[in-house]
Write a protein that binds this ligand. Structure first.
Ligand SMILES: NC(=O)c1ccc[n+]([C@@H]2O[C@H](COP(=O)([O-])OP(=O)(O)OC[C@H]3O[C@@H](n4cnc5c(N)ncnc54)[C@H](OP(=O)(O)O)[C@@H]3O)[C@@H](O)[C@H]2O)c1
Length: 231
């Protein structure tokens, strides 16, 4: 019989969100940032951020886009409220010193591995999770222990691949902009290990479809169900 010690570690409710072209690209050639969301979708994304305890991206997104990962309350027409914690997956500590996420204005966590010798400003909380690369299950359990119940994952391509492949998400919303980017080097929604057959793919259920501005938002849930509690 199982004991509490056997129980799987709890993790936050994980909501993956991204904006893609019709051919499933997150950015232009070589990863140059693309502003794919129209004004209506920007408001939807800000609402998702505002409803989250934390917003997570990979260090690749920090290096390419230098996002602030803040809630833009002006777009919501609301006075500033609680700021979600910013989280960066950065196994080796490659986040540039001048990156906006290190500006100390909002609670920030950098998740590293044992490989990292980097020190961060005192305003940043570093979590070592994993030996050579950030172990998502370990990290998510630690985030849950810290009170993070709703986690929004914004990308980029490698992080989305890791989270989707591992089935570590509960909802996925993709805004499809009415544009085709094409080419070979524009990052896809999920960039990671190859799928050699259907057994290596991740099936999802379409649970919502909505026109948003000039594009549409498709909402998916993992087909196998979720181990995480509902928020
Ligand atoms: N359209 C959108 O909605 C959207 C949103 C976000 C980003 N983007 C685009 O996405 C592109 C960046 O994507 P990217 O794939 O280069 O970078 P990324 O997914 O943001 O970050 C990838 C990096 O995260 C680190 N990492 C640590 N642990 C990981 C884990 N368990 N799984 C996966 N990654 C882990 C790895 O570096 P270390 O091993 O060094 O830690 C990895 O190289 C940019 O072009 C950006 O504009 C688009």
């Amino acid at each position: 019989m199982g004991t509490p010690a056997d129980a799987p570690p709890r993790r936050p409710f994980v909501w993956v969100n991204c904006a893609a072209s019709l051919d499933g690209r997150l950015a232009y050639a070589g990863g140059t940032r693309a502003h794919l969301s129209g004004p209506e979708d920007l408001v939807r994304v800000q609402r998702l951020r505002a409803n989250s305890d934390a917003i997570l991206v990979g260090v690749g997104t920090i290096l390419k886009d230098d996002p602030s990962l803040r809630v833009h309350w002006d777009l919501l027409g609301e006075p500033p409220g609680r700021s979600p914690t910013r989280i960066v997956l950065d196994s080796e500590g490659r986040t540039p010193h001048g990156a906006k996420v290190l500006d100390g204005t909002t609670p920030t966590i950098v998740a590293t591995s044992e490989r990292s010798t980097r020190t961060f400003p005192t305003s940043v909380h570093a979590i070592v999770a994993g030996r050579t690369r950030v172990d998502l299950e370990v990290l998510f359990a630690r985030l849950y222990e810290r009170g993070i119940r709703r986690l929004m994952v914004e990308g980029g391509a490698e992080v989305l691949s890791s989270i989707i492949r591992a089935g570590l998400f509960d909802r996925m919303t993709i805004y499809y902009a009415p544009v085709v980017i094409g080419g070979a080097s524009a990052p896809p929604i999920a960039r990671g290990p190859e799928s050699r057959g259907p057994e290596e793919t991740r099936a999802v259920d379409l649970v919502g479809l909505e026109r948003v501005g000039e594009g549409y938002v498709a909402t998916y849930a993992p087909r196998t169900g979720s181990m995480a509690p509902q928020p």
